[in-house]
Design a protein around this ligand. Structure first.
Ligand SMILES: C[S@@+](CC[C@H](N)C(=O)[O-])C[C@H]1O[C@@H](n2cnc3c(N)ncnc32)[C@H](O)[C@@H]1O
Length: 257
C-alpha cells in the first residue's frame, strides 16, 4: 500500500461511501480530475503554464502552434479544394487553458486570412471549469467562429476538418493492474479507518480480464511482467503530482513502480 500525504477530503469520502467504501482506480482518477465541484479539471482549478502546476508545449509560447500551422493549413486546403463551399473545422479535444487554440488562430490568421474566414474552431471540453477558462482566454478573438460541443454532438453532426488533441490521453482515467500472486489484479482505492486513502487489489472483473488480454495481444506485449520484482508486486505507473500540484491535491496517493 502506498502512503498518502493527508486525509481524504469530505467530498471524496462521500463518493467513496456512496460506492460502498471503495472504487476502482479509474473511478478514483475520474473523481479526482473531473468531479465538477472539486476535481482538478472539473472545478477549473488547474493552472497550466510556467507559473502554474505543470507546463505543456503550447503553454510555453506560440512556437508549437507555429510548427503545426503548415501541416494543418495543408490538410484544410486539400479538403477545401475538393469542396470549395464546405465549412472547415478545427476540432481541439481537451484544450486545457486554450493556449494552442488561441495561438493556432493567430498563426493561421497570419498565414492565410481567407482560409481562416472559412474556419470554425470547435472545442471539446468535458469540464465546465476548464471551459470557462478557455472562454476567458478566447473572448478576444471575436471575429472567430467558435463553439464548444461534446464528442456525442460531433458524432450526431459530423464536421469536415482537422482534429487535434495535445496531452489529452494522460488525463483520461485509467485502470491500474498489478501482477500479484500469479495473476493480474485490479487496483481499488478505499477509505481506511484512519480517514486516509489506501489502495487494495481485487481479481479482474470478466470484462477487464478480456480487454486487458485483447490490448496486450494487439500491442504484442505480455501482461505478465518478464521479471517480477523479488518479493513484491509489479504495477504500472500513473502521474505523480509534484510541486504545487501536490500541494493542491495532498490527498492524492503517489503511485510509482
Ligand atoms: C492536460 S490538459 C490538456 C492541456 C492542453 N491540451 C495543452 O496542451 O496545454 C487536459 C485537458 O483535457 C480535458 N479533458 C479531460 N477529459 C476529457 C474528455 N473526456 N473530453 C474532453 N476533454 C477532456 C481537461 O479538462 C483539460 O482541459
Amino acid at each position: 500500500m502506498e502512503p498518502t500525504a493527508a486525509s481524504c477530503p469530505d467530498w471524496l469520502a462521500t463518493h467513496l461511501h456512496q460506492a460502498g467504501g471503495a472504487v476502482p482506480f479509474s473511478r478514483f482518477m475520474d473523481l479526482a480530475l473531473n468531479e465538477p465541484e472539486h476535481g482538478y479539471y472539473g472545478s477549473g482549478r488547474a493552472r497550466i503554464g510556467a507559473q502554474g502546476d505543470f507546463v505543456t508545449s503550447p503553454s510555453l509560447g506560440s512556437d508549437f502552434a507555429a510548427l503545426l500551422t503548415p501541416q494543418i493549413l495543408a490538410w484544410l486546403t486539400s479538403i477545401s479544394r475538393s469542396d470549395p463551399d464546405q465549412r472547415l473545422s478545427i476540432v481541439e479535444i481537451g484544450p486545457g487553458e486554450g493556449h494552442l487554440a488561441r495561438d493556432l488562430v493567430a498563426s493561421l490568421r497570419g498565414a492565410d486570412p481567407e482560409l481562416l474566414a472559412r474556419i470554425e474552431l470547435v472545442l471539446v471540453e468535458a469540464n465546465p471549469g476548464m471551459r470557462r477558462r478557455q472562454q476567458a482566454l478566447l473572448q478576444e478573438a471575436d471575429d472567430l467562429r467558435l463553439r464548444w460541443c461534446s464528442l456525442d454532438a460531433l458524432r450526431r453532426a459530423p464536421v469536415h476538418g482537422v482534429v487535434i488533441a495535445h496531452e489529452l490521453l494522460d488525463a483520461l482515467p485509467v485502470e491500474r493492474l498489478s501482477w500479484r500472486e500469479g495473476s493480474l489484479q485490479q487496483q481499488w482505492v478505499e477509505l481506511a479507518p484512519n480517514g486516509r486513502l489506501r489502495t487494495t487489489h481485487r481479481p479482474l472483473p470478466d470484462g477487464l480480464q478480456q480487454r486487458s488480454g485483447v490490448c496486450a495481444a494487439k500491442a504484442a506485449f505480455s501482461c505478465r511482467p518478464p521479471m517480477p520484482k523479488r518479493g513484491g508486486p509489479r504495477s504500472g505507473t500513473v502521474h505523480c503530482p509534484t510541486g504545487s500540484l501536490r500541494r493542491r491535491l495532498p490527498w492524492m496517493p503517489v503511485c510509482c513502480w
